[in-house]
Design a protein. Structure first.
Length: 382
């Protein structure tokens, strides 16, 4: 009888297999082969479940695929294994931001900076949140500007000029916002290969600054294309950032279409509505603001509602409607979604209301005063 004896693999051989799968995953990530990359990083983890680099990198791929819960789970495992992993907190902060959980996004980016005050990507992401978050309580233009300037002084990166522009716009300095955004676009166009979606996003922000409007992120963003969170190799806690023809900062990929399954399509009565003219009949501003003013909600509320006061295929028309409503004292903003038919809509929204009835009541007041057709739009208020 022959006895087959399995020889134990040497530590060197095991480490070589982990290295091989990890390197394969990074190469597949670079090429946009996301399913294969997930498989490669999973194989590396099967060999060594304590491989925090593989958890981070697989989380990065999940984030790109839009599977944010899986991404957050993997970043959490990487941080659990290596509590001092700066980029793990930075990447998880970006994933929380995409889910609309501003508090956790700020907490993770702040934690990254507490571990390394010179972590420029954490600085940039924190600045972006503070400048563009749709929830006023989380915005801080002065701090955003300080962080953006620090990031640029450390690395002359086009993404940091994009952040700098948003910070200036939040502070109301639109001349500098336009100049910084134009610099970002100039640098973007000098890259070997860029996507039209990325260029359009940068130009959309420039249009808003020229119109005297700050940039605001929608409550949920779809993660598209090879972004630019931090991937790590087996040999170091940090490594060069993953780049590709569509490389943009994970947070600054906005405005991106929202998955149709997650957002309602624009109400039929609001499609391509014409922007209101500033010469509309004046109304007493105090009463108007009381009726449609942003309603405080508990931070734990999982869902809330806004008034949809316009839906436009044209960003320029949405900007005009937003500007008109703001001139009348309303808390208006533009929110970008992708309808089930694949068309990108720019919705002009007003307020955050805890219940649908509260939003309907305020919408009725708005229609009566301004003669604007309205609809109720559900928003994630986390």
């Amino acid at each position: 009888m022959l006895t087959v004896i399995a020889l134990a693999a040497s530590p060197t051989a095991v480490q070589g297999k982990i290295q091989s799968w990890s390197e394969a995953g990074l190469e597949e990530l670079e090429k946009g082969l996301y399913d294969q990359a997930v498989n490669s990083f999973t194989r590396a983890l099967e060999i060594n479940p304590a491989n925090w680099q593989a958890y981070n990198n697989r989380g990065l791929v999940y984030g790109i695929k839009g599977e944010l819960d899986l991404a957050i789970q993997d970043y959490g495992k990487a941080i659990e294994i290596n509590p001092d992993f700066v980029d793990g907190y930075t990447n998880r902060g970006a994933a929380w931001f995409y889910k609309g959980n501003w508090a956790k996004a700020l907490a993770d980016c702040s934690k990254a900076m507490s571990l390394d005050s010179n972590a420029i990507w954490a600085q940039n992401q924190l600045a972006w949140i503070l400048a563009t978050c749709p929830k006023q309580d989380y915005r801080n233009g002065k701090k955003a500007l300080e962080l953006a300037k620090r990031a640029i002084s450390a690395e002359d990166n086009l993404l940091f000029y994009d952040t700098l522009a948003a910070a200036y716009a939040e502070l109301g300095d639109f001349r500098k916002a336009v100049a910084s955004q134009e610099e970002a676009i100039k640098r973007l166009t000098l890259q070997d290969s860029i996507s039209q979606d990325t260029l359009n996003a940068y130009n959309d922000r420039l249009d808003r600054y020229r119109a005297g409007l700050p940039w605001r992120i929608g409550s949920i963003q779809k993660v598209e294309g090879p972004l630019q969170p931090v991937a790590v190799s087996m040999n170091t806690n940090r490594s060069p950032r993953v780049t590709s023809d569509r490389a943009v900062d994970p947070i600054q990929a906005s405005p991106l279409p929202v998955p149709a399954t997650n957002q309602a399509a624009p109400a039929p009565t609001q499609m391509e509505t014409k922007p209101q003219q500033v010469a509309a009949k004046p109304q007493p501003q105090t009463a108007r603001v009381q009726s449609v003013k942003k309603t405080p909600t508990a931070s734990t509320a999982p869902r809330g509602y806004s008034i949809q006061a316009g839906a436009f295929l044209s960003f320029a028309n949405a900007a005009k409607q937003e500007a008109f409503l703001k001139s009348k004292g309303y808390d208006a903003r533009t929110h970008v979604i992708n309808s089930a038919s694949g068309r990108v809509w720019h919705l002009v929204l007003i307020g955050d209301y805890p219940t649908q009835n509260a939003a309907k009541s305020a919408a009725g007041d708005l229609t009566a005063r301004e003669n604007i057709a309205t609809a109720i739009f559900p928003m994630d208020l986390k």
